[in-house]
Structure formats: C-alpha cells, structure tokens
Design a protein around this ligand. Structure first.
Ligand code: GLN
Length: 199
C-alpha cells in the first residue's frame, strides 16, 4: 500500500516516519499525479489556510476530493482535520470538505494554545494527545463515529475511511493511531465511504 503524505507544510516528515514503520510505502505528495497514485493519504498539521491555498493553486484540492469520494482512505490531523471538514466555523477558506463535521479553528485560546492531555479512546484505553493551536470539533454528522474524546469533546472522529484528529499523533512515540488507521485502510481497499458521499 502506498501512503501519500501531503508535503507542502507542517510536520509531514514525522508522519512519513510514523507510517513507514508499519510496512507501507510512505511518499511525499506535492502534485496531482502523486495524489492520484496514492492508495491512502495523510493530510498533516500546519496552517490550514496556507495548505488549502497551495493545494488549490497546484490543482490538488479537486484530485484529493475525487480520490476520497472514490473510496481512498484519508487521515487529516489538526490543520488536516480542518481541511477535511465540511463546515469551518466563520471561514470560507479552500478545503477538501468531505467530512460531515463542524470545526472551530484555534479553539483553545491563548492560555492553552498548546497542551498535552490523555484522550479516551472508544476502543478502550487512552492516547497521549499533543494539541498545538488545535481546532475543536463542534458538531459531528450522523454517520460520523467518535473514536476519541477529551472530556465531552470529540478529538478523533471517522466516517468509514475518512479519519480526522484535532491533535498530533505523529508527535508521540505511540504509533497506535497510525496503526489503526492503516489497518482499516488496508481492509477497505478498494472501498467506499459513507453512502452520502457517493449519492
Ligand atoms: N491553527 C492551525 C489552523 O487553524 C492548525 C494548527 C495545527 O495544525 N497544529 O490551521
């Protein structure tokens, strides 16, 4: 399985290292052709407006959106989660927009701009979440599952093969979340996501 990591900005190299340990080909993606060749993709953190603008300029937004609609699994972390969200509160910035959630950018304010906290996983156990100027998921659509939460707030959500985390799983030594994403991605190929994407 070839996992493309969008590599315009942010800590894409850490994601490449994180998935490379799981027996997949991890490759940086900067062109529509590279996105088209990926079996699954990771959209890393960074600045969602910048990443979205660059994707738009280089013709990647439509290609990635179409690949996802055709069933390509994708994992967006932090800014990547913002780019996957259908609704970004108060913003009309360019986005992929395939995941039925509402997300608020920079939701944790100045005092807690960056923090670490143990996330409760729906599968049991916890995961150490690193939050950096993180967004907050304010609404999840009916087909979206909450896989991880911090208190009452969803921080890891999924609609079939479309996964989004508001924290940075690539910054901790625990590769468990990447492993779970890749495991379901492998089982899904070739596959379909939520019915509403393909209606
Ligand atoms: N605050 C950034 C944004 O709104 C996201 C931060 C991150 O990816 N660590 O795009």
């Amino acid at each position: 399985m070839r996992v493309g990591v969008l590599a315009f900005q942010g800590d894409f190299a850490k994601h490449i290292d994180a998935v490379a340990g799981h027996g997949v080909d991890a490759v940086p993606v900067r062109t529509p052709e590279e996105a088209g060749r990926s079996d699954a993709m990771i959209i890393p953190g960074g600045e969602s407006t910048t990443i979205g603008m660059l994707c738009d300029r280089f013709g990647l937004l439509d290609v990635i959106r179409n690949r996802i609609t055709d069933g390509m699994p994708v994992f967006g972390t932090c800014a990547g989660a913002i780019l996957l969200a259908r609704d970004i509160v108060g913003s009309n910035q360019p986005r992929i927009g395939v995941l039925d959630i509402s997300i608020r950018r920079n939701a944790y304010g100045r005092q807690r701009e960056s923090f670490e906290a143990d996330i409760d996983l729906s599968s049991g156990g916890t995961f150490r979440g690193v939050f950096i100027r993180a967004p907050e998921v304010e609404r999840v659509g009916g087909e979206v599952a909450i896989l991880g939460a911090l208190g009452d707030t969803p921080v890891l959500v999924a609609c079939d093969g479309i996964w989004a985390a508001t924290f940075h799983p690539e910054l901790t030594a625990d590769g468990g979340i990447h492993a779970r994403f890749l495991e379901q991605a492998r089982q899904r190929l070739p596959g379909r996501h939520c019915s509403r994407l393909t209606e």
